[in-house]
Design a protein around this ligand. Structure first.
Ligand SMILES: [Zn+2]
Length: 407
């Protein structure tokens, strides 16, 4: 690839076909595959510090643990957590994250360190009478975050989940997002407990609302039907998880043009079930994969997520890699900017060492890359800038001149 000084791809192709302008430096990676940087469609980078620290008896319990653990964190702790999470993502070849959080730190850290992503600011509030005030605070936070966000960073909103958001708050967030053309992400249809809460008004979430004297207004035929009723289903919605959906839900999502961020390893860890990935792909839905937080899954390894998805949906290695590259980009509405190696797109690159034989036989490359996975990543670039290298001097690289400029 030839990268322009502003970080875009100028030319892509076999080495002999890519021009080498005078003064451009060059860097080569023998026995490695040059591929688009990976797109993580769902993370909570602010929870990176909670790795291995949240016990789980059941999902309801786990959520309370996470909430209490977060209450003990201050701004510096959130900043450090997001920064550590971003560095881990880069180390694993990920160049774009769709992150949700309450601290607002993802937008700040991504902007400060030259990362790329969408930072969805969460709105939480089960009491309808508090919805107006919650939206005001959300609006103030989003306005502030947008004013300082760098080129690669988009700010969105995320009404958290049916068991933490009133109908009234859902409606207000939907209206606000439409008026401001903001991307929206929402956890939906994740657990059997959530389905029981929405469809039957039973289970631990319903008990908790009743104990707190909160009216159960979130009832609908299904979690996805609830989002449709509150006006949230449209082309700007990224539906996170979507494990428990029936054919009617899939049709609702398809009709509205929604995208999905599925996190099969997180779902397995919590015992929530398996997202119907093959049915989503058959329905033509935009679909990416996310790792969720390290409080759910121990790492931010998207290759591992792709291998898991491959098993679930009987995908080819190539199709599994598509989920964490261009399909992920399309799920985030960023398909014009990233996701493939094409002139005009950002030079977001992931370089994976594979064995020489696999590197030289195109038919075997996808399987070799998937198998090598995160451990095989030797370098990661965002907009042509190296953000990760396996060694101080980029392991195994052959370079001439400086590799920090146009390459
Ligand atoms: Zn999540």
């Amino acid at each position: 690839v030839l990268v322009s000084p502003d970080g875009r791809l100028e030319a892509v192709g076999p080495d002999h076909g890519v021009p080498r302008p005078d003064g451009a430096s060059s860097i080569g990676f023998p026995d490695a595959v040059l591929m688009p940087g990976l797109v993580n469609a769902h993370t909570h980078l602010e929870l990176t510090g909670l790795r291995g620290r949240v016990p789980e008896a059941d999902f309801f319990d786990w959520i309370q643990h996470v909430r209490r653990a977060k209450e003990a964190l201050d701004e510096d702790a959130f900043f450090a957590a997001v920064r550590a999470g971003l560095q881990e993502a880069w180390r694993y070849g990920t160049t774009c994250v769709a992150d949700t959080g309450t601290s607002g730190m993802a937008a700040t850290v991504l902007s400060a360190f030259g990362g790329r992503g969408i930072a969805f600011q969460e709105a939480i509030g089960p009491r309808p009478e508090a919805a107006r005030e919650t939206l005001h605070r959300l609006r103030d936070t989003v306005t502030a975050l947008r004013s300082q966000a760098s080129t690669g960073v988009t700010v969105g909103v995320s009404p958290h989940a049916p068991y933490t958001v009133s109908r009234e708050l859902y409606r207000r967030v939907a209206e606000y997002a439409r008026a401001e053309s903001l991307p929206v992400a929402a956890h939906i249809a994740e657990s059997p407990a959530e389905v029981a809460f929405v469809a039957a008004g039973t289970g631990p979430f319903a008990e908790s609302w009743r104990a707190r004297n909160i009216a159960l207004d979130a009832r609908a035929a299904s979690p996805v039907a609830l989002l449709e009723e509150v006006g949230l289903l449209d082309g700007r919605l990224l539906a996170i998880h979507a494990v428990h959906t029936d054919q009617a839900d899939i049709e609702r999502l398809r009709r509205a043009g929604c995208a999905l961020a599925c996190c099969p390893r997180s779902n397995a860890r919590h015992g929530h079930g398996e997202p119907p990935l093959a049915r989503y792909l058959e329905a033509g839905l935009r679909l990416g994969l996310g790792t969720d937080s390290v409080a759910s899954v121990e790492d931010l390894d998207l290759f591992a997520e792709a291998r898991h998805a491959r098993e679930l949906a009987a995908l080819s290695p190539e199709a599994a890699l598509e989920l964490i590259t261009w399909r992920g980009a399309a799920a985030l509405g960023l398909e014009q900017e990233i996701g493939t190696l094409a002139p005009g797109k950002w030079a977001d690159l992931c370089i994976v060492r594979v064995d020489r034989h696999a590197a030289e036989s195109p038919g075997q490359t996808p399987a070799a890359v998937l198998a090598a996975g995160a451990a095989g990543v030797v370098a990661t670039y965002v907009a042509g800038r190296r953000v990760y290298s396996a060694s101080p001097r980029t392991a195994g690289a052959v370079s001439t001149g400086s590799d920090t400029g146009a390459t």
